[in-house]
Design a protein. Sequence first.
Length: 483
Amino acid sequence: MKKERLRIEKLKKGMLLKEIRLQVFEGEIIHCVFDNIQEKQMFLKIATGEEKADYGKVWYGEREIPENQVSRLLRSKIAVVSNKSNLIDSVTIEENIFLIRAGVEGNWVKSRRDKRHALEIFQEFGLEIDVDKPMSRLTPFERVQIEIIKAYLVGKRIIILTSLTNTLSSNEKQRVSGLLEQLREKGMSGIIVEPLEDIDFVYTDTVVIIKHGRTCAMKDILDCDYTMLHTMLYYDEMEKRSGERTFLFEEQTEDAGVEIAGLVSAGLDRITVQVKRGEIVKLLCMDEKSFEEITGVFRGKLAVLAGSLVIRGEKKEIKRNIRGLKDGVGIAEGNPAAATLFEELSAMDNLQLLLSQKANGIWTKPKYKKSIKILLRDILTKDIYKKKIRELSSIDIQKVLYSRWLLYSPDILVCIQPFAEGDIQAREMARTMIYKVKERGIPILIITSNTAELNYCSGRAVYMKNGRMISKEEAHRFLYSGD
């Protein structure tokens, strides 16, 4: 039976918070979405004891807390980790971790002992942080990890993570989720206060939507999907849910998405392509050498001499080669035999295999299988999951291939000749699934050397010839004049 850690009822504050309800269980991870940033900021101030609510009842450990003790209790049990670091640059890492802790004489630390202790803790949680590194040289990701560990060590029982979407890369966010997963095993609870688009269906247990200052939904993750949640947040209740499924993701295309900037290799000359969130960009390579070079680079097989990936405004230089999912890049091959699907494994095993890079222990926890089936209920029938890939039809293979990316949600999905399959029905299914990935808000870059594929699905077309980007006019002159 789940043990309740915190419950908030009928929380009110001025004109911003009208009726907030929240229930947090021990070891639970909640994704909380606000439709208004001022409401979110006020809630966080109250949750950390910085502000007092005008009205509200609070229970902790299933015991109602007297009104005059609420702020003090919340301050002692809840920590907020955000893009604004609470660490002190003028002291060491171990001093930041153990500074002002109960039981530390004089509220200070003994350097040698606590440096060793910090190293042991980092090793226990798999954190790759140099304890001798000056605070001023820590990356935002390292600061977040240290703040989370410090919260655990000082006795906080609930960690709220917020405003990290544009601070951490996709891979870093996955590793933070992995750290929370370890802490949940120790009974800690987590509340992720981020936009709906950043929800992680693998780690999240419950989704809370707060709209117009009121809690309008608290749903078990197994009972909902992205479309349902998007509808709740952006439409008036659920009145318009029916029949609008295919239109729910169009607004996301305003996001900057991903930019491949100044990519240089032995055969590429400063290639730059921007793909917005929820956009399909089709890159037509006018010669075979350009196609082999650009696909080789994205597959990580060819060296990169210069270039960067810009993800949600954060620029990251590419060192030597593109490292696939470590850089947030997913690859979908048009030929299923080369699409990293394992023929002797079942469809479920193939889905879990990719997700295991994102969620530790996914093979051993039945709830993940159940969650996958619910999220893909409109795509895969129940009988598909147990079948081996070699037993599936070409249509079902396409479904499994792209369902992996719907679940994983990479920063960008690169589709290499996605319509190369000879079966026309399989090509149709590939197109359908690509549109589903688009609706999920994932940027999609289609790379092809086949002009017929260019018109097979919607999207913005760009062109490459002899290793450099060319204009539409140049491409048409080449196509229609035979140059």
